[in-house]
Design a protein around this ligand. Sequence first.
Ligand code: GDP
Ligand code: MG
Length: 321
Amino acid sequence: MSPTSYLCSIPQYFVGAKVDIFFIFAKKNFMAHKAGYVNILGNPNVGKSTLMNALVGEKLSIITSKAQTTRHRILGIVNGEEFQIVYSDTPGLLNPTYKLQERMMSFANTAIQDADIILYVCEVGNRDVMEDYIEKIQNSDIPLIVIINKIDVSNTNIVEADVEFWKKQFPKAEILPVSALHKANLDILIQRLTELLPESPPYFPKDELTDKSMRFFVSEIIREKIFLFYQKEIPYSVQVVIDSYKEENALIRISAFIFVERETQKAIIIGHQGNGLKKVGTTARQDIEDFTGKKVFLETFVKVRKNWRANTKDLNAFGYE
Ligand code: GDP
Ligand code: MG
């Protein structure tokens, strides 16, 4: 099934949509500014970051096929003359087994509390539920849209069965099947979000795209390459820190530390004759050049910081506060 062929049958699944809300707003104050946080939550790997990037129109969040790629809460801001949508991508919901994951889940918990609208993303055909979080979201009284993602790799019967399933899990929610990857039904989603946004002045200056710095995005691009090229525990043991970032006319000079937890991991990252690290550096540099629009000189150094994922001081220093 192509994503577009699905489009015409969507409105019937957009359960509970109150179209009259739009007209009420229109009558009340046509010029009132609307703004709010649209927080994206869901299990690992369901496509939360892909969805946020598609909605913002920029690759702010890194995306890989591995779970737990996103570790921070990342804001992506979309501005219009009369509205500001602050999207918030979050780490996938899980039961933490080490301190870094505890910090990751505290970002997700905050996102449940400060949302104006929650997008709960799930993957078509996958009904794994995290009971605790479902309960928290259900009890929050915040407008909720359940996004059934990846419909491009499914069929109508499965999608329909999923809609029924999620309706039971979240009786108050609206439900919308989409393909974030192919941008199918995102126009319907955006339309609905602008209707649901509360009246509010903007939260950020109107020319701002995100709350994160260029250093953060550079470190994330390098971390994405490590997620892509290394297996098993390696990606999860890595933290990237930008040691220096200097803009010189048309060139940006960047020096980055790649922290691992053990000497053996350092050797694996560097690889035979340094080829592993070279590949990370070259591919990351290309992406950073695309992201910044400038020529980039990137140096990377691998360092060992024993058990940093369990160390409160290290986690704070690495920005997981
Ligand atoms: P997150 O962990 O929830 O943030 O998920 P990501 O956005 O990192 O995506 C996880 C994987 O799912 C990546 O390989 C994406 O390319 C893939 N993915 C995301 N959205 C879609 C979609 O709509 N269709 C398909 N087929 N794959 C998708
Ligand atoms: Mg993610």
